[in-house]
Design a binder for this molecule. Structure first.
Ligand SMILES: [Fe+2]
Length: 189
């Protein structure tokens, strides 16, 4: 049986200090996910930059366990589209998730299977509720690292599926130095 434990977040870096696993997502792992393919290819040819890192505590992927991880999205854009996470539905689609903003400024874009979308900005202290059945992706809309804590059922599972190919109904882009939502030309219902 798993025993109780604690971990701690470094609020200056936004990172989890005593994580068990770290997942690195570089540009090369996000082929086809940003709208401007030409600029993406140019950036990747120059450097395989880190887009985001996930620091997680290890808990068994069992019903009743709560997985929790801190994600740090680095500042950056591909063209005018902000650096972002891949985004996913849960395999167990009726499993919800809680996000808590730790450092920096960003946002969460969500979609349901009917193609509706929802967006909320996240700053330190923001608590976002990802309702069951909604896919979710976070973006860094600032000039420094954007970090948040995610808590979710450990057996929820990640379904990247259609999102890797098509994305969300809206892109989160910078326009006149501000985040704006624009229609994703690839998204059709
Ligand atoms: Fe999730």
């Amino acid at each position: 049986m798993l025993e109780p434990f604690v971990s701690s977040i470094d609020f200056s870096s936004g990172k989890l200090r005593d994580y068990d696993n770290k997942l690195d997502r570089k540009l090369s792992s996000m082929l086809g996910m940003f709208a401007d393919k030409d600029i993406f290819d140019q950036m990747l040819a120059k450097e395989d930059s880190m887009v985001y890192e996930v620091f997680e505590k290890e808990v068994p992927e069992q019903s009743g366990q709560l997985a929790h991880a801190v994600t740090v999205i680095h500042p950056g854009k591909v063209g005018n589209e902000y650096f972002m996470t891949k985004g996913h539905f849960h395999v167990k689609e009726n499993n919800a998730e809680i996000y808590l903003g730790i450092k920096g400024n960003g946002g969460i874009i969500m979609q349901n299977k009917e193609g509706q979308s929802s967006y909320y900005p996240i700053e330190p202290g923001t608590v976002a509720y990802v309702a069951p059945y909604w896919a979710h992706r976070t973006v860094n809309t600032g000039n420094v690292a954007f970090s948040f804590l995610a808590i979710y059922p450990a057996d929820a599972g990640h379904d990247y599926g259609s999102i890797e190919q098509i994305g969300f109904p809206k892109l989160v882009v910078e326009q006149n130095s501000h985040p704006e939502l624009v229609d994703n030309p690839k998204f059709t219902r």
